[in-house]
Design a protein around this ligand. Structure first.
Ligand SMILES: Cc1cc2nc3c(=O)[nH]c(=O)nc-3n(C[C@H](O)[C@H](O)[C@H](O)COP(=O)(O)OP(=O)(O)OC[C@H]3O[C@@H](n4cnc5c(N)ncnc54)[C@H](O)[C@@H]3O)c2cc1C
Length: 314
């Protein structure tokens, strides 16, 4: 499957490695070995990498900060992993901060704060990269990426160049962006900011940090909220799981956090399958008690059967 890749990597002098464990790149610390990892150095190279992989029919996936994914951990993964960490440029002009997909969101927020640009504070505690935040329409404290997003550079299958897209607010929703359905790769994004004193921004950041430290198990390995909050249920996902008596409940090395019931934490030896079983158990218990079917917020990557028939094999 990957035989042509070696030639392409040599020909284009792409930055690449083979047989790389991906668990350290995820906040859950779970995942197998990537047969290949490619690190494009700029927008043009990213387009060339993605276009070549797609054209050659080589399966690939983009991994950002790894803070919202659960990756299968049984041996070698069937995908080339594309990391956009090197797309790290940040600049500001006319009330807009432009950032590459690989910029960590907390760093972007601090960068803007130091220069007196506010509006991105809600991102400060979200441990993903710009590309992952846009793709997920991540949010916190009543704001989400869509509220500040003014332009996105994306690559979509079949394109020879990156395209600038103006976001349509109606196409975004709770942890939903139009890029998910189109299989777009986000390469760069523009965010609206407003002039504010660095002290005022810093005070907001401190308050947000205090709240997170108090309410979330930040010292544990997790992927943030395991489930989306139900739209009009009798409580948030965390409240329903807590009321179902599941705080501290374990499957193997995976546990419902005693501090915040919507966080599943890896207590040290959790496997992909422990986390999936715990997710299934929690949602079935919540269904039995409250007739609410929780939808996972964590992206569960699944191996598919050879020949294309879908369905988990792990
Ligand atoms: C402690 C903790 C707290 C968190 N708090 C919040 C919170 O308050 N609000 C919130 O919304 N989320 C939160 N999260 C979840 C997570 O940080 C966000 O979902 C974030 O947007 C994921 O970004 P990432 O770069 O880590 O994406 P990844 O986890 O690497 O990937 C997630 C998905 O996005 C895709 N993707 C990543 N980059 C790109 C790209 N450039 N182009 C196309 N697709 C891409 C991946 O293929 C994957 O399908 C939290 C997580 C943790 C661990």
């Amino acid at each position: 499957m990957f035989e042509h890749l070696q030639d392409e990597v040599r020909r284009h002098r792409w930055l690449a490695r083979t047989d790389v464990p991906v668990a350290p790149w995820t906040t859950l610390r779970i995942g197998g070995v990537a047969p290949w990892v490619l690190w494009p150095r700029d927008l043009e190279e990213a387009v060339a990498v993605l276009e070549t992989l797609t054209h050659r029919d080589i399966p690939w996936r983009v991994l950002g900060g790894g803070s919202n994914v659960l990756i299968p951990d049984t041996g070698v993964l069937p995908w080339v992993i594309v990391k956009l960490d090197r797309l790290r440029q940040v600049r500001v002009a006319d009330g807009v901060v432009q950032a590459g997909a690989g910029v960590p969101a907390p760093k972007l927020c601090m960068w803007a704060a130091r220069r007196g640009f506010g509006g991105l504070e809600f991102m400060s505690g979200i441990p993903g990269q710009v590309g992952g935040l846009v793709w997920m329409n991540a949010g916190a404290f009543g704001r989400s990426v869509a509220d500040v997003l003014t332009a996105v550079w994306v690559w979509e299958p079949g394109q020879a160049t990156a395209t600038r897209v103006t976001p349509v607010p109606a196409e975004f929703g709770y942890r939903k962006s139009p890029f998910q359905a189109r299989r777009s790769v986000i390469l760069q994004a523009d965010f609206r900011v407003e002039a504010q004193s660095p002290e005022t921004i810093r005070a907001v950041l401190q308050e947000m940090k205090r709240y997170r430290l108090q309410t979330q198990p930040l010292q544990d390995k997790s992927a943030g909220c395991a489930f989306k909050n139900p739209p009009d249920g009798p409580g948030s996902a965390g409240q329903l799981i807590e009321r179902a008596g599941l705080k501290g409940y374990r499957v193997g090395g995976a546990m419902i956090s005693p501090k915040h019931a919507n966080f599943i934490v890896n207590t040290g030896s959790a496997t992909w399958s422990d986390v999936v079983r715990l997710i299934e158990y929690a949602r079935s218990r919540v269904w039995e008690q409250f007739h609410v079917w929780l939808e996972p917020e964590i992206e569960i990557w699944r191996l598919t059967r050879p020949g294309g028939a879908s369905g988990p094999v792990v």
